[in-house]
Write a protein that binds this ligand. Structure first.
Ligand code: GTP
Length: 322
């Protein structure tokens, strides 16, 4: 692979990485917005005297810390070292912490249920990215945190627990999480298949593009591509006058070769001629089969004199190229 091809591939890879990083920052902005929506509910709870100003402030600090850390990791590119640079599972799991903190200070079980409802939102972020297994892991973390909250409430504030309501909420929460896990897993497997199909389609398109431009027998450009190149050169010439040359090459007495040695031997000669001429070309030259035993060479930025020199270089007896 040439240096310029390597540079092109490196360039397009870094473009793709930049695009993905921008997408991650946009997703982070959306996630921060949903933290702030929850914060507005936290503020309402404070206004209604359900929690203290300190707890509402702590929710805000936790939210800023979580989002600030994720922003820092993406902004500095440190996230690229992780197995999942989007940190989807981690972001989903930690997003529950500020809400759980507020829930720990709420007296009314119904009010805690509101935050449980909000906790479902981060699960939606994973629907397009996580596999069923990853969903299950996130769900287990959610339940571990939820269990710790209840353990704390049972130990320190048992008077705020209403066991019937808590069981109802926990079961409903578990069922909704299970449903999201199944739907999310299904969607992400569909996306995986779609990505694979796109990849195969891209490869097939690449092959078709090649077949459309290449002569099947000799592997050099075909007449269609040659006309395209000539038209491009004419356009370039009209914008920026310079010079380009076109050499039409013909194998002498080729019919006699076919008649004497057979069609297969003729084919082998056409292939050998194509190989031989291609070897001596510059990267900008374009060589192709015009038809039958005729070939055409397009030499950009080459005046007639240069083309004559090249034509002499290419003019060889058949024995010399076989
Ligand atoms: N083996 C082979 N022969 C081909 C192919 N395409 C065209 N030909 C043959 O090329 C020959 C061209 O014959 P002519 O146009 O008379 O060319 P020539 O015999 O080289 O005569 P001059 O050009 O005047 O020297 C014909 O016999 C075609 O059958 C091909 O793909 N493979």
């Amino acid at each position: 692979m040439s240096d310029s091809e390597n540079a092109q591939i490196t360039g397009s890879t870094s473009d793709a990485v930049n695009r993905e990083q921008k997408l991650r920052l946009r997703r982070l902005a959306m996630s921060f917005a949903s933290y702030m929506v929850t914060f507005s509910i936290v503020v309402y709870c404070w206004v209604q005297g359900m929690i203290s100003l300190r707890v509402a402030g702590e929710f805000l600090v936790f939210s800023l810390l979580i989002n600030g850390t994720v922003w820092y990791l993406i902004h500095t590119g440190r996230n690229l070292k992780f197995r999942d640079p989007s940190m989807t599972s981690v972001q989903m799991i930690v997003s529950l912490l500020p809400a759980l903190w507020v829930m720990a200070f709420l007296d009314a079980g119904q009010a805690r249920a509101v935050f449980l409802l909000i906790a479902i939102v981060p699960m939606l972020y994973g629907i397009l990215a996580l596999t069923t297994r990853q969903f299950v892991v996130v769900g287990l973390w959610f339940f571990a945190f939820y269990g710790v909250l209840h353990l704390g409430l049972w130990l320190y504030r048992p008077e705020v627990l209403n066991s019937e309501l808590e069981i109802l909420q926990t079961v409903a929460f578990a069922l909704v999480m299970a449903e999201i896990t199944v739907i999310g897993g299904f969607i992400s497997s569909l996306r995986g298949k779609l990505r694979q199909r796109n990849l195969e389609l891209g490869e097939a398109m690449e092959q078709i593009r090649e077949l459309v431009n290449v002569d099947a027998l000799t592997g050099v450009y075909n007449r269609r591509r040659l006309f395209e190149v000539i038209s491009e050169e004419c356009n370039r010439y009209s914008r920026m006058p310079g010079s380009f040359s076109i050499c039409l090459m013909d194998i002498d007495h080729f019919k006699a070769v076919n008649d004497t040695y057979g069609h297969q031997a003729g084919d082998a000669i056409l292939q050998a001629v194509a190989r031989s001429v291609t070897e001596g070309l510059r990267a900008i030259d374009c060589f192709g089969r015009y038809g039958g035993e005729e070939f055409l060479l397009v030499l950009p930025q080459t005046p007639l004199e240069g083309a004559r020199i090249r034509r002499c270089m290419q003019r060889k007896p058949m024995a010399a190229i076989m």
